[in-house]
Design a binder for this molecule. Structure first.
Ligand SMILES: Cc1cc2nc3c(=O)[nH]c(=O)nc-3n(C[C@H](O)[C@H](O)[C@H](O)COP(=O)(O)OP(=O)(O)OC[C@H]3O[C@@H](n4cnc5c(N)ncnc54)[C@H](O)[C@@H]3O)c2cc1C
Length: 192
């Protein structure tokens, strides 16, 4: 598998309905049997460009999902949360839905805080199999963070990530129940 970044596809090369390669805008060509392109998302925020509320085409919000404009909130893909460790975009369905609920509650004065990296949750199916990634599932091992594979048999794989003994994330394949349990533990700032 060859991963090519910072490249726009110019053309797909092939014969008789079968792909044989890709040409990118730099002119480079790559032989391929399958082509996957991941280009991200870009909200339509042109009308907000002079508002002074944006970074990278998204509305900057604090951990209450408030923008710098009074009584204006943003949730989901259009939002970019400003945290101590930098800007965090939304990126996923479940996070967008959770942010929508939280922003709505805060508009009525609830004063709820959005949990940062821990609340990340993405689940779907690939080739008919369930997968989920939770919280800081990709934390680099070493120092305080540890990866622990807790189940690995047949089509099931469950890994949790801990930091100083607390569960901060996980990865689950083929096991939805474990994914929901890990998420609950992570959101409650985890036990051992
Ligand atoms: C191809 C693709 C695959 C994805 N796969 C996954 C996945 O597997 N898992 C996952 O968790 N996430 C996935 N995502 C991301 C996920 O779809 C988004 O994070 C999520 O939908 C964001 O929700 P949202 O409500 O912020 O925005 P949207 O779902 O984009 O909703 C915004 C809505 O606002 C409407 N709108 C826009 N402008 C206006 C206007 N001026 N007036 C009125 N309405 C307007 C739009 O038509 C749209 O219906 C994927 C995204 C894409 C594009």
């Amino acid at each position: 598998m060859k991963i090519v970044t910072d490249a726009n596809v110019k053309s797909i090369i092939g014969n008789d309905g079968r792909v044989s390669g890709v040409e990118v805008e730099s002119g480079a060509r790559f032989a391929a049997d399958i082509v996957c392109a991941a280009i991200g998302t870009r909200p339509m925020t042109g009308f907000l460009s002079s508002s002074g509320l944006m970074v990278d085409g998204r509305l900057i919000v604090n951990n209450r999902l408030e923008t710098a404009a009074q009584d204006v909130y943003a949730a989901g893909d259009i939002s970019m949360r400003q945290t101590q460790s930098g800007f965090i975009p939304c990126r996923t369905w479940l996070t967008a839905a959770e942010q929508g609920r939280l922003a709505g509650a805060n508009m009525t004065g609830a004063g709820l805080l959005h949990n940062s990296a821990e609340s990340f949750f993405n689940a779907s199916t690939v080739f008919g199999g369930f997968y989920a990634v939770i919280g800081r599932f990709d934390a680099q091992e070493g120092g305080a963070a540890q990866n622990r594979v807790v189940s690995h048999s047949g089509d099931v794989y469950v890994k949790i990530v801990t930091e100083n003994g607390k569960t901060i994330g996980g990865t689950c394949l083929g096991d939805m129940r474990s994914a929901l349990s890990i998420r609950r533990v992570v959101m409650e700032r985890g036990a051992e």
